[in-house]
Design a protein around this ligand. Structure first.
Ligand SMILES: [Zn+2]
Length: 118
């Protein structure tokens, strides 16, 4: 049988995070990417909106939730912000709904990483 030369297109293999999130379509060289680097995720999974992309490879994610006040028998709106690492392969822009997941502290304020864009 003649040896056929196959051109191998190497798609960067994404790691399985163990959580139900889609694999990113692009690859990246970020060592702190949970899919293409060595960063592991664990703990909390939070959904929110990207409010700021001004930082270098980090974004601000805001989450809104209702808090019950027993005295008035009503709810009040509360919001909290998280600084999260944003791997390049996800192509994150402001205003997008994202899922972030807890990871080891990457800096003084960043201990979450974006794992999915909706
Ligand atoms: Zn990546």
């Amino acid at each position: 049988m003649p040896a056929t030369k196959k051109k191998v297109v190497r798609k960067q293999k994404a790691r399985d995070l163990g959580v139900d999130v889609p694999e990113p379509e692009r690859g990246c060289k970020d060592p702190n990417c949970p899919f293409h680097g060595t960063l592991s995720v664990r703990g909390q999974m939070i959904e929110g909106t990207v409010r700021s992309t001004g930082m270098d490879r980090s974004v601000v994610v805001e989450r809104e939730y209702m808090h019950y006040l027993p005295k008035y028998e009503r709810y009040e709106k509360r919001r909290s912000r998280y600084s999260a690492h944003a791997p390049e392969c996800l192509g994150i822009s402001a205003g997008r709904q994202v899922t972030i997941m807890e990871c080891r502290p990457l800096s003084k304020t960043v201990s979450y990483v974006v794992v999915a864009v909706r």
